[in-house]
Ligand binder design. Structure first.
Ligand SMILES: [Zn+2]
Length: 155
C-alpha cells in the first residue's frame, strides 16, 4: 500500500488514491492502515488505523492535544528520569574503575572459605554434573588449606 501520511486525499484525483479496503481486509494482510474512500466524521479523507478507529489526521490531532496535558508531561518526566537512571547504571557498569572494583571484590571472595567452597562446588557441578554435599565441600576445603600450607613449607 502506498502511504502518503497526513494527506487529505479529497484534494487528489481518484487515480492517485490508494486501494480501498475494509479494516478487516487490511488486518488480514498485516497492514497497519486502511483506506475507505470515505471521509471520517470530521471530513478528513485519509487513512485510518487498523489498531484504533481514528483517521490519521484526527489521530495526530488527538496526540498533539494529549501531549499538552499534565498527565502526558508527568509521564514524560518519569520516562526521562528512568532513562537517566538507566544510562547512569550502564555508565557505572562500563566504567573501568567499576570493573577493577568488581575484580578486587571477586578475588577477595575467592580467598574466603565461602568463596573457595563455592568455586569447588561450581567446578564439580560443571565438570562432573554432581552437587557436592556440604560435608565433602568441607573436606575438600580442608585439603586445599593443607596444600597451601605444604606449599608454604616447601618455599
Ligand atoms: Zn479525521
Amino acid at each position: 500500500m502506498n502511504l502518503l501520511l497526513s494527506t487529505d486525499y479529497a484534494d487528489l484525483p481518484h487515480d492517485q488514491w490508494p486501494e480501498i479496503t475494509t479494516r478487516q481486509e487490511s488486518k488480514d494482510r498485516g497492514w497497519k492502515f486502511y483506506f475507505t474512500g470515505k471521509p471520517c466524521k470530521y471530513g478528513h479523507m485519509t487513512f485510518r488505523y487498523v489498531a484504533v478507529p481514528n483517521c490519521q489526521i484526527c489521530n495526530n490531532y488527538y496526540n498533539e492535544q494529549y501531549r499538552k496535558t499534565d498527565l502526558y508531561k508527568r509521564k514524560a518526566l518519569i520516562r526521562g528520569r528512568k532513562h537517566e537512571a538507566t544510562e547512569k547504571r550502564k555508565k557505572y557498569h562500563l566504567d573501568p574503575k567499576t570493573k577493577a572494583m568488581k575484580n578486587r571484590a571477586s578475588k577477595k571472595f575467592r580467598d574466603t572459605e565461602k568463596g573457595a567452597k563455592s568455586r569447588i562446588g561450581e567446578y564439580w557441578r560443571r565438570i562432573h554434573g554432581v552437587d557436592l554435599p556440604e560435608s565433602l565441600l568441607d573436606a575438600m576445603y580442608a585439603q586445599l588449606l593443607v596444600k597451601r600450607e605444604l606449599k608454604k613449607l616447601r618455599n
